[in-house]
Design a protein around this ligand. Structure first.
Ligand code: HEC
Ligand code: HEC
Length: 198
């Protein structure tokens, strides 16, 4: 009888400990959240919540093999070394289901020039047909709406300067002026406002 009480007690204790709902969440919370957090503390670390599963897995593989190098001293290269195929799947399964609305973006639509920049960005997106890939499953392209503005600007410059290599994106970004990059970033980031975030 005493043994039974003891095992019930231990069972209740285990239930009271913080447990992660999935292996992907556990990995994310232990290894990733310090940079990929839901605050704007790190303005040029991309938001991963709601991102395409295939894209996340491919990006992690590219960092692992050195085909992509991040701008903060190759930190992602080091971090991705220990991830297995299964880990990448677990992470992408967790991340795709998380809500981008939980990232506090604080977009100031009243800021001078916001509306003009947003509109110009929308025109450019149409002109270059960015959503042909980014709004579909074409070429495993990442989701861009709601991504952090500073990350988008840095990334478009990286494609333009070819410090980030992707033949398609190097060609597109190569044609963009500094002003066009700013406008596209304002628009793509601002599109989070079209989502029904609480
Ligand atoms: C030390 C900070 C740091 C940590 C910890 C970190 N990351 Fe990153 N991560 C970055 C930065 C910075 C970038 C942007 C790289 C660039 O393009 O310059 C990035 C990019 C990415 C990307 C590409 C996203 C995109 O939109 O292109 C993925 C996927 C990613 N990280 C997943 C992870 C996962 C999964 C973990 C945990 C296992 C993790 N990261 C841990 C800093 C970090
Ligand atoms: C023909 C398909 C295609 C078109 C059109 C296209 N892209 Fe891309 N884009 C991609 C692919 C594929 C990647 C992922 C590259 C990689 O793996 O590093 C990408 C990556 C990006 C990224 C990096 C996002 C991240 O999270 O790291 C940005 C920003 C971006 N594109 C912006 C744009 C903009 C702005 C346009 C329009 C001017 C555009 N793209 C048009 C295919 C496309």
């Amino acid at each position: 009888m005493e043994a039974l009480y003891r095992s019930v007690f231990v069972g209740l204790l285990i239930m009271a400990l913080p447990a992660f709902a999935s292996p992907g969440e556990a990995l994310f919370q232990s290894q990733c959240v310090r940079c990929h957090s839901v605050t704007l503390e790190n303005p040029d670390v991309p938001i991963l919540f709601g991102q395409e599963r295939g894209y996340i897995e491919e990006a992690l593989l590219k960092f692992q093999t050195g085909a992509r190098i991040d701008h903060i001293r190759g930190e992602m290269g080091g971090i991705s070394q220990n991830l297995s195929d299964e880990n990448r799947k677990e992470l992408s399964r967790y991340l795709v289901a998380e809500n981008v609305c939980s990232v506090n973006q604080e977009i100031d639509v009243k800021k001078e020039g916001f509306i003009e920049s947003f509109r110009a960005g929308a025109e450019l997106e149409k002109k270059y047909n960015c959503q042909h890939c980014h709004g579909s499953f074409h070429h495993a392209a990442p989701r861009l709406y709601g991504q952090k503005r500073d990350f988008l600007i840095r990334t478009l410059w990286a494609f333009k300067n070819q410090t980030r290599v992707d033949p398609l994106m190097n060609r597109f970004a190569g044609q963009l002026s500094a002003e066009e990059i700013e406008n596209l970033a304002t628009y793509l980031n601002g599109m989070i406002l079209m989502r029904q975030c609480p």
